[in-house]
Design a protein around this ligand. Structure first.
Ligand code: PEP
Ligand code: MN
Length: 355
């Protein structure tokens, strides 16, 4: 199905991409107002704050709920910023619309559930505000497109996607693996659909916001949604990944917004593919090391030595021969496997000498 799209019509500024910023959660009226005023002073035009928070485990802070909606209204009245929040049920949609919210987004846990998305879509019939759909937590582009189609099918034409990364057990650097090839494929399949990046939930760490935002610009994303809090260390949710409004402004001032000339775009796409392959190499190496440690457990249980020379020589010879068949130099492949083996032995020794 083709998406039926109209321009988002959201305010931006001349030298910046579309930016939506605000705290992970609305905690108190003071925290909301202090953060909002500081952001508005830095030229931010769209304020985000989570009112209903989907938490992985029960017992955590699940958002202030409807009590927080008047705080967002106050933000709009006193700063002129547009206001947006996450909705996960038709009840949320109704309350948000009654409170005059200007944009809504569907969270990653919700967009993974077609029943929930369809219910949201039904509750949005006849409404004309921008709706952003986050990628589902699992790296399934069809599920993401399906969620976009359901919302679009309800008549929401001011539609956009948010790339917030994907759950993965092997990615240690990021909270959610970016898997850039997925939003790139979304762009190929839906060229007119705006895609913005959420570096906060991808990185899970403050220091990753600047490089991830730049990567999103390098790839020609339309904008960013970034978590910003007046006192990040004391945030009630996602404390590690929120930045103060001043810091966000510093990051945005240094962003290089790329022109999307075909030549550079092609180069970026190629580099992106390299990054993606490197990520996969990293994941495979992590898995390989994990299996090495399982082997170490076995060897320990059976009092076997860590290094088994015959097996090592066999690996070196076989992989070198495979490499040559693939057009690579045998010595190059051997040296890679020497390094991998060295690290594998180190991890096995460490494992065996534990306790
Ligand atoms: C959020 O934006 O605060 C949020 C809960 O994000 P996600 O749905 O991407 O986890
Ligand atoms: Mn968050």
């Amino acid at each position: 199905m083709e998406l039926n799209l109209k321009p988002l019509n959201l305010p931006g500024s001349d030298n910046r991409p579309l930016v939506i910023a605000g705290p992970c959660s609305a905690e108190t009226e003071e925290q909301v107002m202090e953060t909002a005023k500081a952001l508005a002073n830095k030229g931010i035009k769209i304020f985000r704050a989570g009112v209903w928070k989907p938490r992985t485990k029960p017992g955590g802070f699940e958002g202030m709920g409807e009590e927080a909606l008047p705080w967002l209204q106050r933000v709009k009245q006193e700063t002129g910023m547009l206001i947006g929040t996450e909705v996960a049920t038709p009840k949320h949609v109704e309350a948000a619309l009654n409170a005059g919210l200007d944009m809504l987004w569907v969270g990653a846990r919700t967009s993974a559930n077609p029943f929930a998305v369809q219910e949201l879509a039904d509750s949005l019939k006849g409404v004309d505000i921008p709706v952003f759909v986050k990628n589902p937590v699992n790296p399934d582009i069809e599920l993401w497109i399906g969620a976009l189609e359901r919302i679009n099918g309800a008549g929401i034409t001011r539609l956009a996607a948010i790339h917030r990364g994907f759950s993965s057990i092997d990615q240690k650097l990021y909270r959610n693996a970016p898997m850039w090839h997925i939003p790139i494929e979304l762009h190929r399949r839906c060229p007119n659909l705006p895609i913005i990046c959420d570096p906060s939930h991808i990185g899970g760490r403050r220091d990753l916001i600047a490089p991830l935002s730049q990567q999103a610009m390098d790839m020609g994303f339309e904008g960013l949604i970034v978590e910003s809090h007046c006192n990040p260390d004391c945030a009630w949710s996602d404390a590690n990944q929120q930045v103060m409004p001043d810091v966000l402004n510093f990051i945005l001032d240094r962003l290089v917004v790329r022109n999307t000339k075909e030549s550079t775009e092609s180069l970026n796409i190629l580099r992106q593919q390299i990054d993606e392959l490197d990520n996969r190499l990293m994941e495979l190496l992590t898995k390989r090391m994990r299996i090495s440690r399982e082997i170490a457990a076995y060897k320990k249980e059976h009092s076997m030595a860590v290094v088994q020379t015959a097996r090592y020589s066999e690996i070196l010879d076989k992989r070198a021969a495979q490499g040559v068949l693939c057009g690579m130099d045998a010595d190059f492949i051997k040296s890679i496997y020497e390094h991998i083996h060295e690290e594998s032995v180190r991890q096995q020794m460490e494992f065996m000498n534990k306790q």
